[in-house]
Design a protein around this ligand. Structure first.
Ligand code: MF3
Ligand code: CO
Ligand code: CO
Length: 319
């Protein structure tokens, strides 16, 4: 039998950096939080299994929908910033979930993850080697951790989806580089957006930045159309795939949310059916915005009305 070719991480030489932290393991998940009847629920919230109807909305928003998305996007940005202000060594991700849940309700919004395809909590919290879709639980954030907080809220019939990766305490040099370059990769992707550009231009820009810094690009999870639906028909890979040659139309709303890795970008899912981790146990970071494509660029919808964003406010380790 021929010798099998060794699988090599996308990042050149990435395999030389050892895994030097204890693996994340599942904690206890608290019971499901309620949502008052006065809060408008997205359609999946009242369907069996939280299964959304097949994507059917237009990829392009009407002017009224776009205005709603500006307001809901700003709310998502505010909730994310407020959640980041809660982060400190020793806080549980469950406490962050309670905070995000309450903040959404206080603003008259539904926390989109809650019940989506059966997801049990109101925010995703993804620590260290968790790529995305981490379920908030009893685990306490520890010095040296990195954690992605992914907030989506639904109000006025539309979703706003945004995430940031924070660092806690004495974070190792490789993780710092990973977080900083993943942030930059998101903005490189945003920079490739304009009406008439190909969807694949986004992935090309992100992948080229990642490879320049010897980082892997996760392929299993991609950006998506977002608007009246949490995940609409549009797919936005963060790697280059020339088959995604469709031109982006002005008024299209979608996310870009690259997940980059220090080692192999290969993913596995925990038995909970959600938590996605790197197979090699090495760290991964993610940043996300909701955008609308304009004639000559992109308008970022997930910033506060004064233009603030967690990506700019939490660039140094906390605590
Ligand atoms: N916010 C995630 C995204 O960026 C989706 C989370 S789905 C959930 O697409 F069910 F895990 F919440
Ligand atoms: Co998203
Ligand atoms: Co998200």
């Amino acid at each position: 039998m021929a010798k099998r070719k060794r699988k090599v991480a996308a990042g050149v030489g990435a395999g030389r950096i050892p895994v030097s932290h204890p693996p994340v393991s599942p904690g206890l998940v608290s019971s499901r939080r309620g949502v008052p009847a006065g809060i408008e629920r997205p359609p999946y919230a009242s369907r069996p299994g939280g299964e959304p109807p097949a994507p059917s909305s237009s990829l392009v928003r009407t002017p009224a929908e776009l205005d709603a998305m500006r307001r809901t996007g700003a709310l998502a940005a505010e909730v994310l910033i407020a959640a980041c202000e809660q982060v400190r060594v020793g806080i549980t991700t469950d406490a962050l979930d309670r905070f995000v849940h309450d903040a959404a309700l206080a603003a008259g919004a539904y926390p989109s993850p809650l019940g989506y395809r059966g997801f049990p909590k109101s925010v995703c919290t993804s620590v260290n080697e968790v790529i995305c879709h981490g379920i908030p639980d009893s685990r306490r954030l520890a010095p040296g951790d990195i954690v992605n907080i992914d907030v989506t809220v639904y109000r006025e019939g539309v979703h706003g989806d945004t995430s940031v990766t924070l660092m806690l305490g004495d974070v190792d040099e490789h993780s710092r580089r990973l977080v900083a370059e993943t942030r930059t990769a998101l903005y490189e992707g945003i920079g490739a957006v304009r009406a008439g550009a190909a969807v694949s231009d986004i992935g090309r820009a992100i992948q080229s930045h990642a490879f320049k810094h010897s980082l892997g690009v996760v392929r299993e999870f991609i950006g998506h159309g977002v608007g009246t639906e949490f995940h609409s028909g549009l797919q936005v890979p963060h790697y280059y795939d020339r088959r995604h040659s469709t031109a982006i139309a002005e008024g299209t709303t979608f996310t870009i949310e690259p997940m980059l890795t220090l080692g192999s970008p290969e993913a596995a899912i925990w038995d909970d059916g959600w938590t996605a981790v790197t197979v090699d146990g090495r760290r991964t970071a993610q940043f996300e915005h909701t955008l609308v494509c304009t004639a000559d660029g992109a308008e970022i919808l997930t910033r506060t009305s004064s233009g603030e964003c967690a990506h700019d406010l939490f660039t140094t380790p906390i605590g």
